[in-house]
Design a protein around this ligand. Structure first.
Ligand SMILES: [Zn+2]
Length: 260
């Protein structure tokens, strides 16, 4: 197990180096981000914490790094793609000496750009990821990346992975000093509530096609889903018909009393 201050030193070195090498990220609270930055970040982690052995062992061609603006609750995920069984292939009693060539899985490490960009933006509160308080957006990104790298390591070596599990938490603690496996990044719902005083159920007014509409917020993701009662709409469980609109939060005005 690495001493805490050594972990911290390596994390700081990565923080500095990724900023220096990136063409998109200009400051620790960067406003642009590219999947190349994530790839580079993972490579730096591999170098600093795994002796550059992890990504090589998996094989770079089997790894993809992606950013997703559609992930609005999950900060990161590791997707494992299993190849379809080859036609006519049979399992025999022999075990190949080179086990890796039998492992044709592909891995995709995805981070939510939406949640990262919402951290250290217009809602001002401390952000904790994996039990560690983050001082800027890049630190939050590092914590999420570390978490997903543990998933990758577990998935690769043991073919399953669970961050609620003891093995995961032990690895995450020993390598990266994590004390928790969750994040409290700012979700769309929190941002909607704090910045716009909007919640699911809020009565709102908005303009669409030159017309004013009044409806209720039904769901909040990147935009709000607003239902407007209208005879032309689709039937809902409550026996009424509603038109459905997807409206950016900043285009909604609250109707009636707030704070409920
Ligand atoms: Zn996890």
């Amino acid at each position: 197990m690495l001493p805490r201050d050594e972990i911290r030193r390596r994390q700081k070195r990565i923080h500095a180096e990724v900023l220096q090498l990136s063409r998109s990220m200009d400051t620790p609270n960067f406003t642009r981000l590219d999947s190349d930055d994530l790839r580079r970040l993972a490579m730096l982690y591999d170098r600093e914490f795994f002796g550059s052995a992890l990504l090589d062992a998996i094989g770079r061609d089997r790894l993809r790094f992606e950013l997703s603006s559609r992930m609005t609750r999950v900060a990161g995920k590791l997707v494992t793609h299993h190849p379809p069984p080859a036609k006519g292939s049979r399992t025999t009693g022999f075990t190949r000496a080179d086990a890796r060539s039998d492992d044709a899985r592909r891995f995709e490490l995805v981070l939510s750009s939406t949640l990262l960009f919402q951290a250290f933006s217009d809602v001002d509160r401390p952000i904790t990821v994996t039990g560690l308080e983050c001082r800027d957006r890049l630190e939050a990104m590092q914590r999420v990346c570390e978490h997903e790298l543990v998933h990758l390591l577990e998935m690769f070596l043991w073919k399953d992975s669970s961050c609620a599990g003891e093995r995961f938490q032990s690895i995450a603690g020993r390598f990266f000093g994590h004390t928790d496996y969750r994040h409290d990044l700012i979700t769309q719902s929190e941002r909607a509530a704090r910045k716009f005083d909007l919640r699911v159920g809020s009565l709102v007014r908005f303009r669409h096609d030159g017309q004013d509409w009044v409806g209720r917020v039904n769901r909040i993701t990147r935009r709000a889903t607003v239902l407007v009662e209208d005879a032309r709409g689709e039937p809902f469980g409550d026996g009424r018909r509603y038109l459905r609109f997807y409206v950016p939060l900043e285009n909604l005005r609250r109707e009636g009393p707030s704070g409920c």
